[in-house]
Each structure stands twice: as structure tokens, then as C-alpha cells.
Design a protein around this ligand. Structure first.
Ligand SMILES: Cc1cc2nc3c(=O)[nH]c(=O)nc-3n(C[C@H](O)[C@H](O)[C@H](O)COP(=O)(O)OP(=O)(O)OC[C@H]3O[C@@H](n4cnc5c(N)ncnc54)[C@H](O)[C@@H]3O)c2cc1C
Length: 393
């Protein structure tokens, strides 16, 4: 579906395989919640089939317009990582087409090495054609959600520890990185609502960003004003609400072409994970560096990753905290900020998320993902991407 932000799904000068025609459901057991489908089926299509029978995705990224194959290849994560781990933790098996013409079945106990290399394997082991996925039971389509304002990083870490250890299945925070009070934000936590009286709604009319925004609209002052407004509205609002899963998990899917907000030069997302031992200091240093850089960044998304490890060799999450920040592309000054952020991430023992990356240097990738050489040895020799050429070249 091309939803990755960087170049993992690009192949300059080569052939790109579209999987949209791999769109068939193979089997769905309503008793066990095991669903098997071709790899081009999207998460939205899975929800349409499964939710009316009380099943939902075990974990989901912030858009439902991604394919099963893409979700496996990036081993995506969601707001319930501290409970559910990554998408790959829920894959019972998959079918892989290799360029030698073979069709291989891979599962935790069949072809294990290739299975582990394909989960989070960025498409390098071959074309995933089918996925068998464990879904989870949910009571309905709504979640009970709570917003809590926090004033600094210490409060954020306290809320994370409290909520993740408590009964909260979905947690995430929005953090202000621009104002003088960088580090303040809104912590949101949610659980599936047991109130099933609400009707199931799946669609609706979406607002749309009709044209690319002119670049002068996105400057430090306008972003600062937006963050201030967002914080005030959220902090003043009733803390508890019952919300539809689309509003909880997929707010950006509600605005068509939202990326045009960044104008014709586009934007980068910088997403890193920092290990628990270094997360507090490293996050503080990152925020300081961003605030001093003068680069405007909308509210950052911050969340704690849990202990559940993925079967994937190159899975991005590990126990710690991750932060995702969007920056309009300002050329050299944006790149030089990223170099300074890279140094902080590397010193803390962190790593960047390939699904969101279009520029990380090869050495940062190799130290962040020491298993890369193992994946390289299992790589399909006739498959390549711009990302892999750049980092593993
Ligand atoms: C608004 C938004 C919010 C997001 N939020 C999150 C989030 O919260 N958490 C998160 O983890 N990610 C998030 N993402 C990233 C997104 O979930 C991933 O990039 C996802 O992998 C995209 O799936 P896709 O089908 O578009 O794959 P593509 O972007 O097209 O491809 C991704 C990779 O998968 C490979 N691939 C795709 N299909 C196959 C196949 N059939 N066989 C082998 N390899 C394949 C490609 O080669 C490529 O390397 C978000 C993206 C957006 C746009």
C-alpha cells in the first residue's frame, strides 16, 4: 500500500511488485479467530470481515490502509505494544514466494529461520503471498478513553508506568516539542468498552486536504500556536469519553491527503526507540536539541514499549520508549538536525524505525540492528529496495 514514509518500499530503476491483486480471504474460523488471507488484503478489509463477528486485529498501526504483507514485513506495532507485542507475535504462519520459483511455508516451527527473517524482514526474503493471523475478541466497536495532561517528562514516565502496569490496554502520549515548556503533553489511555449498545459504524465522509499547503504556513510560530491550542483544548476537555475505534486508532485516516499539509517539499518522520536504562536522559536531550534547533515539529507521539519480544530478526521495538516526530523538509538544516539526533540515539543505544526512514546512515542501521547480516544471508538474491541498498549495500 506504499504507506511507509521512507524508501523501504521503493526500488529506483528496478521493478516494483504491487500486491493489490492478492486480495482474497482464504479462511476465517469464527470460533478460534484465526484468519488466513492473501498478503494484499488490507487491515481495513480484515476489520470489515471480522468485527461484525466480535474479532479485531491483535495490534494495529496508526492507519488501517496497510496490507497484511506490509504489516508483517515491517513488523508493525500499536498503542498496545506493552501488552500485545508486535504484529509478528500473532502470525501463525505465512507463505513466501522466492525468485527461484519455490513457494515456502513458514511458521514458528516450520522453516523457522526464514519465518523469523521475514517478520520485520522489509520484504528482503521474498514475496509474502499469504498470512495466517490470530485475531482477538472485542466486545464492540468503541473504546473508553481518558486524556490526562502532564507537565513534564517525569510525569509522562510515571503515567506510563502506572497505566502499563495497571489495566490499560492502549496507551500513547502527545508531547509538545516546540514551546518553552517542551515535554508537557497529553497522555491518552483506553480500553475496549463493554457498552455494546452503540451501533457499529465503519465509514463516513472524510475531510480532505485539497492542495499542497504553501511552505510559509508551516513555521515555528504557527506550529507553536497549534501545539498551544491543542494542549489547551485537550487539557480543558472532559477527561473521559467513549470513542469509535477509528477515532482511537486511526485519526489521520479521517483526513484525506493529510500529507499535503507539509507542502511540496514534503516532510520526514524521525522515529527512534531508546532503551530503558537511558530513555529519560536521552529523551530530555533530544527534546532540548529539537527546541534549540528552531525546526518546527508538530506534537510528537511518545510511548513505552513493553517486554514481549517479537519472533522477527529485525523487529524495531525493544523494551524502552519510542518517540515519533514529523519535520517539514527544510533541506540542509533539517538534515543537520537529524545528524545531531542520530548521535544522541546512538550514544543511548537506541535505533531508528526503517518503516519511517528515508535517510539513516548505514553505520547507525548496522549498530542498531546487529542481526542485519543474518537477514542479508537469507535474503532473496533477486529482491532489492532503495533502503536495503543504502544501509546494507
Ligand atoms: C498515518 C500512518 C500511521 C502509521 N502508524 C504506525 C504505527 O503506529 N506503528 C507502525 O509500526 N507503523 C506505522 N505506520 C507505518 C506503516 O504501518 C508501515 O509502514 C506498514 O508496513 C505499511 O504497510 P504497506 O502495506 O503500505 O507496505 P509498504 O509501505 O508498501 O511496504 C513496506 C515494506 O513491506 C514490504 N512488503 C509489503 N508487502 C509485502 C509482501 N507481500 N511481501 C514481502 N514484503 C512486502 C515492502 O517491500 C516494504 O519493505 C504508519 C503509517 C502511516 C501512513
Amino acid at each position: 500500500m506504499g504507506r511507509s514514509y521512507g524508501d523501504v518500499a521503493l526500488n529506483s530503476g528496478g521493478t516494483l511488485i504491487s500486491t493489490r491483486a492478492l486480495d482474497r480471504f482464504v479462511a476465517f474460523d469464527r470460533e478460534s479467530g484465526i484468519l488466513e488471507a492473501e498478503a494484499g488484503v488490507t487491515l481495513e478489509e480484515v476489520i470489515r470481515i471480522a468485527l461484525p463477528h466480535g474479532w479485531f486485529l491483535p495490534t494495529t498501526p496508526g492507519t488501517k490502509h496497510v496490507s497484511l504483507g506490509g504489516a508483517v514485513a515491517n513488523d508493525v506495532h500499536g498503542k498496545n505494544h506493552h501488552r500485545a507485542g508486535t504484529f509478528g507475535c500473532w502470525v501463525h504462519g505465512l507463505e513466501l514466494a522466492r525468485s527461484d520459483g519455490s513457494l515456502q511455508t513458514c511458521a514458528p516451527d516450520v522453516n523457522e529461520e526464514l519465518f523469523r527473517a521475514t517478520i520485520g524482514g522489509l520484504g528482503m526474503t521474498g514475496l509474502i503471498t499469504r498470512v495466517s493471523l490470530q485475531l482477538v475478541k472485542v466486545p464492540g466497536a468503541f473504546l473508553d478513553s481518558e486524556d490526562i495532561a502532564f507537565s513534564d517528562l517525569d510525569e509522562f514516565f510515571e503515567l506510563t508506568a502506572q497505566s502499563d502496569a495497571g489495566d490499560w490496554e492502549h496507551t500513547v502520549a502527545w508531547m509538545d516539542c516546540v514551546s518553552a515548556r517542551a515535554g508537557r503533553g497529553i497522555f491518552t489511555r483506553a480500553n475496549w468498552s463493554r457498552d455494546t449498545a452503540r451501533p457499529l459504524r465503519l465509514g463516513g465522509i472524510k475531510p480532505s486536504m485539497p492542495v499542497d499547503a504553501p511552505s510559509f504556513l508551516l513555521n515555528r510560530l504557527s506550529v507553536k500556536a497549534f501545539n498551544e491550542l491543542y494542549f489547551r483544548v485537550k487539557a480543558a476537555r472532559t477527561r473521559r469519553s467513549r470513542i469509535h475505534f477509528n477515532a482511537c486508532f486511526y485519526p489521520l485516516d479521517g483526513i484525506r491527503h493529510w500529507n499535503r499539509l507539509y507542502g511540496r517539499s514534503g516532510f520526514y518522520q524521525y522515529q527512534c526507540v531508546l532503551p530503558r536504562t537511558a530513555q529519560r536522559e536521552a529523551l530530555r536531550t533530544l527534546l532540548r536539541e529539537i527546541a534549540e534547533s528552531g525546526q518546527p515539529s508538530f506534537l510528537a507521539v511518545v510511548k513505552g514499549f513493553g517486554d514481549r519480544s517479537s519472533p522477527g530478526l529485525l523487529s524495531f521495538p525493544f523494551p524502552g520508549t519510542h518517540i515519533a516526530l514529523d519535520f517539514p523538509n527544510r533541506g540542509v538544516s533539517t538534515q543537520s538536525l537529524f545528524e545531531r539526533l542520530d548521535a544522541i540515539v546512538a550514544a543511548a543505544g537506541g535505533r531508528l524505525y526503517p518503516a519511517k526512514d528515508g535517510r539513516m546512515p548505514s553505520d547507525l542501521f548496522r549498530t542498531g540492528f546487529p542481526q542485519w547480516a543474518k537477514l542479508n544471508s537469507l535474503k532473496d538474491p533477486h529482491v532489492q529496495s532503495d533502503f536495503w541498498r543504502r544501509v546494507a549495500g
